[in-house]
Design a protein around this ligand. Structure first.
Ligand code: UDP
Length: 251
């Protein structure tokens, strides 16, 4: 069998050339990293869960008309996505203070914010993805003013969708990160949600108990990461209703 071409290997995913032009195969690894890859581990089953969960969220976004890169899941660890040019920004939406915002501004973790707050970080591992303002983004040409209007609107739509879907299963969406891709259609370009949406890139707290069900379990050594992600998947009906710790496929 011909070896397929690897396009890029990141911390949690590998991208391969897709079977048709304009497509990419996104492979979810079991590797977990935190603190700019200073903390690393391999977590059995994480990739399978994130592949499923990202499929679930992206398909839901498609159903409500939020454009995104997802085409279809291929197998346990891979999905076919649209090739796009990634805007070099991490778009973070926060509903409650946590993580770097709590540290930076001295606001206790869990404090509800007066409204969703959107932040932008410049995607550069060597610099530790620094927080930037719209002035930096415009001045350095990372995105135009029209792009920024579209990015803000996509981010807030994803926030409303994800907050609602999580609320329905007793989970608070504290914050999340998305990445945005540019696709070209003839003379036009369009911005779409890309990368992944999973517990690796969201903060998810149980509404009743406050239990963390996201990557903070790994960052802060709070127990089993697969148990946490499986719980999210189980509540959303992405995995069967049993208490699975090992991901099982349903079709
Ligand atoms: N996040 C992410 N990738 C990053 C940085 C942040 O997915 O490289 C997510 C993180 O999981 C959280 C949100 O973005 O849901 C806000 O993260 P924060 O700025 O608080 O950074 P952290 O505390 O994770 O360093």
């Amino acid at each position: 069998m011909a070896r397929r071409k690897k396009i890029y290997e990141g911390k949690a995913k590998i991208l391969y050339e897709g079977p048709e032009p304009g497509t990419i195969v996104q492979y979810f690894k079991d590797d977990a990293t935190a603190f700019n890859a200073e903390k690393k581990d391999v977590i059995d089953g994480k990739g399978v869960l994130n592949n499923r969960l990202s499929e679930f969220f992206m398909s839901g976004l498609t159903q409500i008309g939020v454009p995104n890169h997802f085409i279809r899941r291929l197998n346990m660890r891979e999905q076919l996505v649209r090739n796009c040019e990634i805007v070099p920004l991490e778009v973070i939406v926060r509903n409650y203070a946590a993580g770097s915002m709590s540290k930076r501004l001295g606001i206790a973790e869990g404090t509800q914010l007066p409204r969703p707050i959107v932040e932008y970080c410049y995607k550069d591992d060597a610099l530790g993805d620094p927080l930037v303002t719209e002035e930096h983004i415009a001045a350095f040409g990372w995105a135009s003013q029209q792009d920024m209007d579209d990015i803000l609107s996509l981010a807030l739509r994803v926030n409303d969708f994800m907050s609602g879907i999580m609320l329905a299963v007793g989970i608070r969406l504290v914050d999340f990160k998305i990445e945005i891709g540019r696709v070209f259609e003839g003379d036009y370009q369009r911005l779409i949600v890309a990368d992944e949406i999973s517990p690796d890139s969201c903060r998810l707290w149980d509404i009743e108990t406050g239990q963390k069900l996201d990557k903070d379990v790994f960052r802060r050594d709070l127990g089993s990461l697969t148990d946490a992600y499986s719980e999210v998947a189980r509540r959303l009906g992405v995995l069967p209703q049993s208490n699975v710790t090992k991901p099982t496929l349903i079709n």
